[in-house]
Design a protein around this ligand. Sequence first.
Ligand code: ADP
Ligand code: 5GP
Length: 212
Amino acid sequence: MTRRGLLIILSSPSGAGKSTLARGLRDWDANIRFSVSATTRAPREGEVDGKDYAFISEPAFKSMVREGQMLEHAHVFGHFYGSPRAPVADAIEAGADVLFDIDWQGAQQIANSPMAPHVLSIFLLPPSISELRRRLEGRGQDSAEVIAKRMTRSWDEISHWDSYDYVLINDDLEKTAEQLRTIVTAERLRRTQQPGLLDQVRVLQSEFEDGS
Ligand code: ADP
Ligand code: 5GP
């Protein structure tokens, strides 16, 4: 393996642009796989089971947690959400990166796990609260009641901004997308992400000692 995969965590208050930017990052490089979360909430119109989420029952969710099958899990907006462990291990093994669209609770659990050296966490801030509201309304996905709930929760999410490696203000979509690509490109060059380096250096060392 020339490269070890990164665990890329993208968090933000709802509506700041996570899904849009995550899709852009995956389209940029097919070597980035989405972690498909399991959730107990009902699918929204247009959401596909197994693609957007694995929609499962509460007993099924709890049994996965009990059996240690979740890398992290949290209770958000009255429902359970979690990242199944097995697909992440497979992707990392194959040298692919895994992108998580999860909240701060999940981000902290992964950042405190044995995977920590391979975690890249990024938080997105909206340029203003009024713009955040505009984006939630413009997305046209939620009722006024759900939007109000999301807005109430957004400060809770934003208050955890300082536990992330990078914080980006998503004012201009193309600018933020470019910043994300730059961060991922640089983080892939971290020493801990290049398991082949030791062999490479050993070759250099033997050449050096041979006097060549
Ligand atoms: P999240 O996944 O964080 O809830 P989305 O990616 O669904 O947010 O974005 C919410 C809405 O805001 C979408 O309609 C999206 O097209 C729009 N959006 C995202 N980023 C920007 C931006 N920089 N400028 C304007 N609109 C944006
Ligand atoms: P939504 O219901 O709008 O798809 O997601 C609501 C919130 O749950 C978002 O902030 C999203 O990032 C978070 N979320 C989605 N999947 C997971 C997960 O697997 N774990 C955690 N901790 N949060 C998640």
